[in-house]
Write a new protein. Structure first.
Length: 320
């Protein structure tokens, strides 16, 4: 029990210290803030969700005492709570009935990876909405705040004063919801993957490493995406939030597209080369994510992986 409490204390202190680095003003603090959920996720995955919850509470109290209560509240809602919940879901499982054919009483059905991905998209949506509402209570107030902020940023970067009507300012304001949603989605996925890998390497991952190439989103995700895409043409906060939902779900289907790519390239002789090339292209040209999103959507609609695996020819028998 003492070791359990010590792990929770260390995880909470590490996460709080990473979050508090923002007061330094250094560029490295941006990286540390993005990785602030990592210690809590690791504690939740390796030592149980209660350990992650205690660590999050410790970190929130430390930030409240060292910085301010509003920052502590923001940390608790934006970092500690999502970290605990995703760590809990990653280790959530239920025993399979002993009478199911081919199973025994010790078999465990783990929470599907696709549902975890859907939860990540939901949390990224909530975090993005919270970030936007912190700037104003409606679309016009948020837009005005963003215009003022980006005008100041561009003025600091150049020798002349940039007005709020500058086209560059307008462009940044229009893409900010998309960039925020994508950054929250990426941060949550990266932290969960890193926490799981660290737990696996240290022998503290108490579930088999999931087969990432089999990841599939729940069927209702496609319906939610279609509804969000339709509402994204509306004005006001409805349109902004719909754009956010569309962004995170498109990213989720892009990840499914990666899973499809890993599946359909299994029989290629130079599979490693083609996969590496695909990752390099995506890294260098982010617009290529659209192709992976289309691949993920095609799999949801037409079952690309299922058709490929069903038509896959078995390897030839060895001849003597």
């Amino acid at each position: 029990m003492m070791v359990f409490g010590l792990i929770a204390l260390i995880a909470g202190a590490a996460s709080a210290l990473m979050f508090a680095s923002i007061v330094s003003g250094a560029l490295i603090s941006l990286v540390l803030i993005c990785l602030a959920p990592l210690p809590l996720m690791l504690a939740a995955i390796a030592w149980g969700p209660f350990c992650g919850a205690i660590g999050g509470l410790v970190a929130t109290l430390l930030i409240g005492g060292a910085l301010s209560l509003p920052l502590a509240l923001g940390y608790g809602l934006a970092i500690a709570l999502p970290a605990w919940w995703l760590g809990h879901l990653a280790m959530l499982g239920r025993p399979l009935a002993a009478d199911i054919a081919g199973t025994d009483a010790d078999s465990v059905e783990w929470y599907p990876l696709g549902r975890i991905l859907f939860w990540i998209a939901a949390l990224a949506t909530l975090l993005t909405a919270g970030s936007l509402f912190s700037l104003g209570s409606d679309a016009s107030a948020i837009s005005d705040a963003l215009h003022r902020g980006f005008a100041k940023v561009f003025s600091m970067m150049g020798d002349t004063t940039v007005t709020e009507s500058d086209p560059r300012v307008g462009l940044m304001v229009s893409v900010t919801p998309v960039l925020l949603a994508a950054s929250h989605m990426t941060t949550l996925i990266l932290n969960l993957w890193l926490a799981a890998r660290v737990a696996a390497v240290s022998g503290r991952l108490h579930r088999p490493w999931p087969e990432l190439s089999s990841t599939s989103l729940p069927p209702m995700t496609l319906v939610v995406l279609c509804v969000a895409l339709a509402f994204s043409f509306f004005g006001g906060m409805t349109g902004i939030l719909a754009v956010v939902v569309t962004t995170v779900l498109m990213m989720a289907y892009a990840l499914v597209g990666f899973a499809v790519l890993h599946t359909i390239t299994r029989d290629l002789a130079n599979r490693a080369f083609w996969l590496a090339s695909a990752y390099v292209i995506v890294f260098m040209f982010s617009v290529s994510l659209i192709l992976l999103t289309v691949l993920g959507l095609a799999d949801a609609l037409f079952g690309v992986r299922e058709r490929f695996l069903r038509n896959r020819q078995p390897p030839p028998l060895p001849t003597s």
